[in-house]
Design a protein around this ligand. Structure first.
Ligand SMILES: Nc1ncnc2c1ncn2[C@@H]1O[C@H](COP(=O)(O)OP(=O)(O)OP(=O)(O)O)[C@@H](O)[C@H]1O
Ligand SMILES: [Mg+2]
Length: 174
């Protein structure tokens, strides 16, 4: 896997995400663990975009799952550390993790269809998320959903539609 270095050296206090020497392996019964991510280091400043390029199976998703604490066994971080806003993400408790997923880090999955419930409209997904996080007052939720869907270039009519009625790219944006 290849991590593209940012063009300029980040100022230490500007760094939002700092990954140092990260290795992730998959345990496999009876044989040696498979190392999918090996000694990866990079950092990301607020507002900065970093592209990660690599052939299929090179460890991009494995890295993404580790960074967002979505990793599950048999995957295991075998070395290194991940600091988000100066905090080691492995030390976040359930409540801190819930808050970070609301306003900190998130993962947009390759297949939007698997991430969305096919029998609920896009608008209902927003309602579920607002209810789970409780950060948008009830009477402001519909307006906030319209605002957010507009930010990613979708028409607000998308909120009334079911995931199966959208294109792949529209689903990812939703
Ligand atoms: N659950 C798992 N158990 C064991 N090995 C796994 C598991 N998931 C992924 N791997 C292995 O880890 C390596 C990296 O896979 P990963 O899914 O991170 O690749 P990727 O770069 O996201 O590929 P793609 O571009 O195809 O999405 C691969 O060799 C894969 O076989
Ligand atoms: Mg992948």
């Amino acid at each position: 896997m290849t991590a593209m270095a940012p063009e300029t050296t980040p100022m230490p206090n500007d760094i939002l995400l700092d990954v140092q020497g990260l290795s992730v392996e998959y345990a496999s019964p009876g044989t040696k663990p498979v190392t999918a991510v090996e000694n990866v280091s990079f950092s990301l400043r607020r507002g900065e975009f970093v592209g990660l390029v690599g052939e299929s199976g090179s460890g991009k998703s494995t890295l993404g799952f580790a960074l967002t604490r979505l990793q599950k066994p048999p995957a295991r971080i075998s070395a290194g550390r991940i600091l988000f806003g100066g905090r080691d993400i492995r030390e976040l408790d359930a409540e801190e993790l819930r808050r970070q997923r609301q306003g900190g880090f998130a993962m947009v999955l390759q297949s939007g269809m698997n991430a969305l419930n096919p029998v609920r409209t896009v608008g209902n997904h927003f309602r579920d998320i607002f209810a789970a996080h409780g950060h948008v007052p009830k009477d402001a939720r519909d307006a906030r959903a319209r605002e957010l869907i507009g930010k990613v270039g979708l028409d607000e009519s998308v909120l009334a539609r079911y995931p199966g009625e959208l294109s792949g790219g529209m689903r990812q944006r939703a």
